[in-house]
Design a binder for this molecule. Structure first.
Ligand code: GAR
Length: 207
């Protein structure tokens, strides 16, 4: 917990960080009151998300998988950052590295992920970023959406916290669909879930 009694959150990122920005904005506008972003950890040194964190005055760290000989060394480095910042809860916001059971089992129902489809549709190993939206368009589905869920050792397999539907429109490209899913679902669901789970952690309640 932070000095003022909030749940200390680490947001893990890899790319643009629009979901990170949604959490930063929700904290600034008072929609998130139970959590504070104490760390932004990126798996890429050139992620724009790091600029967003710096602009918001949030401590950052970079752990690139390619800098380590093994998955366990990579995860040990991540764990070191998490422990150094006294983190209570982790949010995967476009974090494109898989975390092993060894890591996830240390934080049962303390790691959240946002996925850009209605899990179980278009989810699991190999479904990330634009690939998810390509899969939706190829399937002919008329409705897609986003899911926030707890993270366990199964990719996109942990308990679902919330979902929101988004229409697939004629003429959609993976890019236009991605943008609509972010705007209408991800950027709303993720900050809400952060507040909900943080409030439960702060209250000592187990979901
Ligand atoms: C988001 O659409 C997120 O749901 C997705 O990557 C994008 C990251 O964007 N995550 C996954 O596909 C995870 N399986 P952002 O960096 O702008 O938040």
């Amino acid at each position: 917990m932070t000095a003022d009694g909030k749940v200390a959150v680490a947001v893990f990122v890899t790319g643009g960080g629009t979901n990170l920005q949604a959490i930063i904005d929700a904290a600034a506008s008072g929609k998130i009151t139970s959590a504070e972003i104490s760390l932004v950890l990126s798996s890429r040194g050139d992620a724009y998300a790091l600029e967003r964190a710096k602009k918001a005055g949030i401590p950052t760290a970079v752990c690139e998988r390619s800098s380590f000989d093994s998955q366990s060394a990579f995860e040990a480095a991540i764990l070191g950052e998490v422990e150094a910042h006294g983190i209570d809860m982790i949010v995967l916001a476009g974090f494109m590295s898989i975390l092993s059971r060894d890591f996830t089992s240390r934080f049962p129902e303390r790691i959240l992920n946002v996925h850009p489809s209605l899990i179980p549709r278009h989810s699991g190993k190999g479904y990330y970023g634009l690939r998810v939206h390509e899969s939706v368009l190829a399937s002919g589905d008329k409705v897609t959406g986003a899911t926030v869920h707890f993270v366990n050792e199964i990719p996109d397999g942990g308990r679902i916290i919330s979902q929101k539907e988004v229409a697939v429109l004629p003429g959609d490209t993976p890019e236009t669909l991605q943008k609509r899913v972010m705007r209408e679902a991800e950027w709303i669901l993720l900050p809400e879930a952060v507040e909900t789970v943080a409030r439960e952690i702060a209250g000592g309640n187990k979901r």
